[in-house]
Design a protein around this ligand. Structure first.
Ligand SMILES: C[S@@+](CC[C@H](N)C(=O)[O-])C[C@H]1O[C@@H](n2cnc3c(N)ncnc32)[C@H](O)[C@@H]1O
Length: 206
């Protein structure tokens, strides 16, 4: 598996958001980095970030579930906090198709530390608009089902609060008050279920 990145490497960040990770990878490795996100506002923000930082990162709008990119193009595919919100088998099939043989797929995902009692699962699913928070074993089965091999898992015993202490936006009078309410509810849920909720980093080979 190739973990060395250089100017010839191709990296894809799916669900790149505002482009923080894509910019970091481009600046650190000098590799060819592409970022894709379904949300046009994220695409605009990520594009702006690359322009400001004078980084040659290609950003475009598209869905992880069907991307107009050729087979086996990428040495490294990153996916941070995205799979929870999409059709996972479809997205993973697409990521597997785009990854080179010997390449690596790294996914950082919201994970239930244990199977959640239904009433807690309902509360969390409703708030985030998702179908479920998967356990580590369920994520692993999904990755294996999509064909990935040599799956390494890390991040156990780390709290979500520790993972995301600084959200990537600036507090401003232009932000609607409702957004602060939602952010508060998000942190309150993480606090309330700190023992049950976490994240895992899955590093998968092909
Ligand atoms: C929680 S954010 C994470 C953003 C970024 N990866 C990060 O870690 O900062 C989830 C991102 O996934 C994007 N997203 C959701 N569904 C998607 C899809 N089907 N295809 C591509 N991006 C998607 C959202 O627009 C959002 O930017």
């Amino acid at each position: 598996m190739n973990e060395e990145l250089d100017a010839m490497s191709e990296i894809l960040d799916v669900g790149c958001g505002t482009g923080q990770t894509a910019a970091f990878l481009a600046a650190q490795s000098g590799a060819n980095v592409t970022g894709v996100d379904i949300n046009p506002i994220m695409v605009e923000k990520a594009t702006h970030r690359m322009k400001e930082a004078k980084l040659p990162v290609r950003i475009f709008q598209g869905s992880i579930e069907a991307l107009p990119l050729e087979d086996e193009k990428f040495d490294l595919i990153m996916c941070e906090s995205v799979l929870t919100f999409v059709n996972q088998p479809k997205a993973l099939k697409e990521i597997f198709r785009l990854l080179k043989k010997g390449g690596r797929f790294i996914s950082n995902e919201f994970t239930a530390n244990v199977s959640l009692p239904p009433w807690i699962a309902d509360e969390i699913n409703r708030f985030y608009g998702i179908n479920s928070v998967l356990t580590e074993a369920k994520w692993q089965r999904l990755f294996e089902g999509a064909g990935f091999t040599n799956i390494r898992v890390s991040g156990q015993n780390q709290s979500m609060l520790q993972y995301n202490p600084n959200p990537d936006f600036l507090y401003s009078k232009h932000i609607e008050p409702e957004l602060y309410t939602v952010m508060n509810e998000h942190f309150n849920l993480l606090l309330k279920y700190n023992e049950l909720l976490g994240y895992r980093i899955f590093a998968c080979g092909k």
